[in-house]
Structure formats: C-alpha cells, structure tokens
Write a protein that binds this ligand. Structure first.
Ligand code: TC6
Ligand code: NDP
Length: 251
C-alpha cells in the first residue's frame, strides 16, 4: 500500500483497507518522519512548514484516521517515534518543534481518547541510532558521527533493535497502565552536559562497556542476529564494534 502520511485522505484510505482486509487494527506505530539539517538562521518558511507538515501533521493524520476508522469504537495502542528533544535540536529546530508538538499532542490524546474502549497512546524518543536514516546524511556528517559516537553516557549510539524493543513493550499488555508518556531511548544523552571531564564524569572514547542489543526479532537467544543495517559502511563498522563489546564484556 502506498501512503503519504501528509495526505489525510490517503491516511484514512490505508486504515480502511487494513481494517477491511484484517477485520481489526490492534496497533499503530508512527515511525515515518525526518528532516534536513539546517541552522535556523538559514531556514525558510517553506522549509520549516515542510518538516512540521511531515512530522506533526502527518502523525495527527494517522492518529485521527486510526481513531475514526477503528480505535474510537474498539480501542487500540498507538506509539509514535519522535526524537530526543529535551534541550532543543541545534540545526534541526523545525523537527524539534514538530516532535515537541507530537509529545504534547500525545498527552492530550491520552486524556481524551483513553476512555474510548481503552486506547493508549505513547511516544518513543530515540537519541542517535545506527539506522537506515543515516544514509540520508552527507558524507562529512557520517564521518563526524562515526568519530563522535562515544560522546554519550553509554559511549555508543543506539540500535534499531533497542528502539523496536521499546515500541513492542509499549504496544504490549505489559504496558497496559502506561499512557501519555514519552520514553527516551538515548543512553542518557538527553541528561548529559557537553563532554564531561574528571573522575566519574568522563565519556569513554576507548569504547563502550554497554552490551548492545541487535537481536530483534530473533530475541534474547540470538542477540547478534542482525548482520548489518541499511546505512553507510562507517556506521555498520560501529555496529560490529558494539557487538564485540557483548562478546568480550567483563561486566
Ligand atoms: C535530528 C535528530 C536526529 C534525527 C535523525 C533522523 O531523523 S534520521 C532519519 C532521516 N530520514 C529522513 O529525514 C527521511 C525523511 N526526509 C524527507 O522525506 C525529506 O528530507 C523532507 C521531508 C525533509 C523534505 O522532503 P520534500 O520532498 O517534501 O521536500 P522538498 O525536497 O520538496 O523541499 C521542500 C522545501 O524544504 C526545504 N528543504 C528541503 N531540503 C532542504 C535542505 N537540504 N536544505 C535546506 N532546505 C531544504 C526547502 O525550503 C524546500 O523548498 P524549495 O526551496 O525546494 O522550494
Ligand atoms: N536514526 C536516528 O538517529 C533517529 C531517527 N529518528 C526518527 O526515527 C524514525 C525512523 O527513522 P530512520 O529509520 O532512522 O530513518 P529512515 O529515513 O530510514 O526512515 C524514515 C521513513 O519515513 C518514511 N517517510 C518519510 N516521509 C514519508 C511520508 N510523507 N509518508 C510516508 N512515509 C514517509 C520513509 O519512507 P521512504 O523510505 O519510502 O521514503 C522512511 O521509511 C523517523 O521518524 C526519524 O526521524 C529520531 C531520532 C533519531
């Protein structure tokens, strides 16, 4: 099915098609989104609107279509992928504003839609993730990302599996009393301040000590099941490095 989430009519049509084909719609994951990088001083009104339209309006279109097409009557779970925005997003103010809008929209919808047969709606906010998204970046940006990956309290980036696992949890009955939250999946980067120095306060350029999870959907018995990601080679090299931590971890 072809879907442009910016188009409300198309969003409704896709939801209707799913309900017709499967007879139900248990969950909705709003993962589509993105932006281009630009300092705010160089951002045009059209560029700002484009990114807000994709992320904020697009997410609204999908939530509303799911509500009207099935969940308003039958309930269901919604999870939206946003981005870690705690301290703004320099060079991506448009997406930061849109994602913050989604987080607040989610809180309101949790209150308004909770009573409708048990709708739950939450957000997952990834920090920097080794993902297919990184192939959208310019080579110089990829180089920078590959060199600075340790500047995080866990001294590494996250994986698609680690984000997916959070989404699966929020969709599941195990999260049945969690409604309207924004779950940050960022290794603690949103809490950190610059590049801290000194005992107990230093990032670790030599490498992470946090075993990585890249097993989805194979699960815990095969935590290194995913061979590589649809991302530039330098980014996949990081993934290999992270897998080795798990194998050699002294912790
Ligand atoms: C950041 C936190 C970490 C997050 C990581 C990830 O998300 S990883 C995932 C990463 N994955 C993704 O991000 C994937 C999703 N991204 C996308 O689909 C697209 O990049 C888009 C939605 C941002 C724009 O798509 P579109 O086809 O709708 O737009 P269009 O091409 O027709 O342009 C419309 C207007 O936008 C402006 N403008 C556009 N580009 C630039 C620029 N480089 N420079 C400056 N301005 C730019 C310009 O004003 C243009 O109008 P003009 O001047 O041409 O008349
Ligand atoms: N990777 C990271 O570090 C981070 C990612 N995120 C967010 O996570 C989500 C997944 O990103 P990621 O996998 O990394 O990157 P990708 O660029 O690989 O994924 C973005 C997806 O959005 C889809 N999409 C874009 N515009 C539309 C549209 N108008 N209608 C329908 N689908 C659309 C794309 O579809 P198509 O391929 O067909 O164009 C693509 O599948 C995004 O919302 C991203 O912003 C947030 C924080 C960090």
């Amino acid at each position: 099915m072809l879907l442009n989430i910016r188009d409300a009519t198309m969003a409704s049509q896709v939801i209707q098609d799913i309900v017709t084909r499967h007879g139900k719609l248990n969950g909705l994951v709003n993962n589509a989104g993105g932006q281009f990088m630009s300092p705010a001083s160089q951002l045009t009104s059209k560029g700002f609107s484009t990114v807000v339209d994709l992320n904020l309006n697009g997410t609204f279109n999908m939530c509303k279509a799911a509500f009207d097409g099935y969940m308003g009557e039958h309930g269901g779970q919604i999870v939206t992928i946003v981005a870690e925005t705690r301290n703004g997003i320099p060079r991506a103010m448009h997406t930061g504003a849109a994602r913050a809008g989604i987080i607040n929209m989610t809180k309101t919808l949790a209150i308004e839609w909770g009573p409708y047969n048990g709708i739950r709606i939450n957000c997952v906010a990834p920090g920097l993730i080794i993902s297919s998204g990184m192939k959208n970046y310019h080579e110089t940006m990829v180089d920078l990302l590959a060199h600075s990956h340790w500047m995080n309290p866990t001294s590494r980036y996250g994986t698609e599996s680690e984000v997916s696992a959070s989404v699966a949890f929020l969709l599941s009955p195990a999260a049945s009393y969690i409604n309207g939250v924004n779950l940050e999946v960022d290794g603690g980067s949103s809490l950190s301040k610059g590049n801290p120095e000194g005992d107990e306060l230093k990032y670790n350029p030599e490498g992470s000590r946090h075993p990585v999870y890249v097993g989805w959907p194979e699960g815990v018995d095969n935590v290194h099941g995913i061979k590589q990601v649809d991302a530039p080679a330098k980014i996949n090299e990081l993934l290999e490095k992270y897998k080795a931590i798990g194998r050699s971890s002294k912790i």
